[in-house]
Design a protein around this ligand. Structure first.
Ligand SMILES: Cc1ncc(COP(=O)(O)O)c(C=O)c1O
Length: 448
């Protein structure tokens, strides 16, 4: 049984173990084949930054359930809040009834989103629903129909959010027509450049592209309801947009009366060492979408907008489960923990990790780039550091090798590995994770 004490990986079987093998076989028989599992981890329980599998192997979790368990697995305060709430009221539906948790959490979110104007909150069950809500509100409020999003960004998989998503074509292929009127501009990739724009000028070039190629030739800005952007791209490769770019984008939006929406589903709730990644650029979006880390693993999302923007009328948008009392209780406990130390810890541990990884591109010929903020760190693997040829198969081998050493990580983009541990990790765990990755990279490089 795992305790809350920090543990390093401890493997007692070969991987996958005998029980895990059986579950994986059954899973392949009964579950949707659309899921993407990189390795055969069959989780049984989790505590802090550790996950124990069905065979009793202990892993160090630097994936955190896709950047979700912000306070660690099963934090006692979150568990207690869930248990208490579950014994009092499990469901009412905030659409048709009042309950205090909704107000408490909305007030707390209002306090942490920058900007002088008060905010209003629409609660959802997931990230994609927060994005859908933002799209609908943007159309409703502005009376405009069109949207601008960025290449490489991921906003979700329902039809509206998928129309904004431009991460991998497999996510769109086979699903027919999406929401019309969505335009894409190049996300400023400062490692590779984008669409032929060199890395050094890509931020300015992307803005110029929006003004010259899009606004002048394809769509009048007065028809665009909102711009959606991930201030740090998540699924697309843990790639931060430069602050100057985000500031210019805000200026452009203000000039044309376009709403600026930051999708902070992955980068928000303290992961980058501030509540929101957009705070690093000092911008004030009109709408912020949050989910993932907000409730330590309970399904909750939030679309937070300037109060004057959220002007839709009763019945215009609603949900049965969004803002469920148990999820809200988990979120309130999560926010307390984040506020009382875990966000500061994310900033501190991020610095520690970056300092240790600084020399990786010099030490390892397959490491092209190490980037990110706080505990949102991307490592891009290449076949050749000069040509930057993508090392997708190198990345796959490293993820597999890490698993075999007891470290859980996920990929991001075509050839990156993301580090998105719980925000409560300590130095020993951070050090151990990097030690394992260094071993894995060296192992994989010996085979090339
Ligand atoms: C930035 C971003 N937006 C939206 C989503 C969709 O969230 P969900 O999977 O909860 O629908 C994700 C999920 O990875 C995400 O990273």
């Amino acid at each position: 049984m795992l305790t809350t004490e920090a543990k390093l990986p401890r493997l007692i079987t070969s991987l996958p173990g005998p029980k895990a093998r059986q579950w994986v076989e059954l899973d392949h028989q009964f579950l949707s084949p659309s899921y993407t599992r990189d390795y055969p981890l069959v989780a049984a329980r989790g505590r802090g930054a550790n996950v124990e599998d069905v065979d009793g192997n202990t892993f160090l979790d630097f994936a955190a359930g896709i950047a979700v368990v912000s306070t660690g697995h099963c934090h006692p305060e979150v568990v207690a809040a869930i248990q208490k709430q579950a014994a009092e009221l499990i469901h009412m539906s905030g659409t048709d009834f009042y309950y205090s948790g909704l107000v408490e959490l909305a007030r707390r979110l209002n306090d942490i989103v920058p900007g002088v104007e008060p905010k209003r909150v629409f609660f959802t069950n997931s990230g994609t629903e927060a994005v859908e809500a933002a799209m609908k509100l943007a159309r409703y409020h502005t009376g405009r129909e069109k949207f601008l999003a960025f290449t490489g960004c991921f906003h979700g998989r329902t039809f509206g959010s998928l129309s904004l998503t431009a991460s991998k074509s497999v996510q769109r292929k086979g699903f027919g027509m999406l929401v019309p009127g969505v335009f894409h501009a190049p996300y400023p990739n400062t490692y590779r450049g984008t669409w032929g724009f060199p890395p050094e000028t890509v931020a300015a070039d992307s803005i110029k592209f929006i003004e010259d190629a899009l606004f002048r030739r394809l769509v009048d800005p007065s028809e665009i309801a909102a711009v959606f952007i991930e201030p740090i791209q998540g699924e697309g490769g843990y790639l931060p947009a430069p602050a100057a770019f985000l500031q210019k984008l805000q200026t452009l939006c203000r000039k044309h009366g376009i709403l600026l929406v930051t999708d902070e589903v992955q980068s928000g709730m303290g992961r980058t060492g501030k509540w929101w990644a957009h705070e690093h650029a000092g911008i004030e979006p009109d709408i912020v979408c949050a989910a993932k880390g907000i409730a330590s693993g309970m399904p909750l999302g939030a679309m937070i907008s300037r109060a004057s923007v959220m002007d839709w009328k009763p019945g215009a948008h609603a949900t049965t489960f969004g803002g469920n009392p148990v999820c809200i209780a988990a979120a309130l406990a999560t926010m307390n923990l984040l506020e009382n130390g875990y966000i500061a810890n994310a900033a501190k541990m991020g610095e520690f990790l970056f300092a240790r990884m600084k020399d990786w591109p010099a030490r390892f010929r397959t490491v092209g780039d190490v980037r990110g903020k706080g505990l949102m760190i991307g490592i891009e693997f290449v076949r050749n550091q000069k040509t930057k040829e993508k090392g997708s198969e190198i990345r796959e081998k490293i993820i597999q090798a890490a698993f075999q050493h007891g470290l859980l990580v996920l990929g991001a983009g075509g050839n990156g590995v993301r580090l998105s541990p719980p925000l409560m990790i300590n130095e020993e765990q951070a050090d151990c994770a990097l030690g394992i990755l260094e071993t894995c990279i060296a192992e994989v490089e010996r085979t090339l």
